[in-house]
Design a protein around this ligand. Sequence first.
Ligand code: TYC
Length: 103
Amino acid sequence: MGQNDIVSTPQTKVRPKIEKPRLYKVILFNDDYTPREFVQMILQAVFRTGDSVGYHIMMTAHRKGSCVVAVYTRDVAETKVKEAMDYAKDAGFPLMFKAEPEE
Ligand code: TYC
């Protein structure tokens, strides 16, 4: 490089665009057949709600038709929905969960 060459620093910074992972809510739906205690057991075993939160989620679904259980990344939400519905199916109950993307 010659003595009079100008070395300029780049004016633009490279900022990689990092997208936040989309979150999925797990929704619990009411039905007329699954016992309340069984719903609570699933909420505690699969979604780690604890006693009191599990009871309130179950009762909200019972009274209003559905209730958001929790929010996860897509993989976790779908795995938990499958686990919960497999438990219910094995026990012969029609309990329904769905994973839906958040707006
Ligand atoms: N409705 C059910 C009953 O009376 C209990 C129940 C609650 C079922 C919530 C599903 O998501 C549910 N046995």
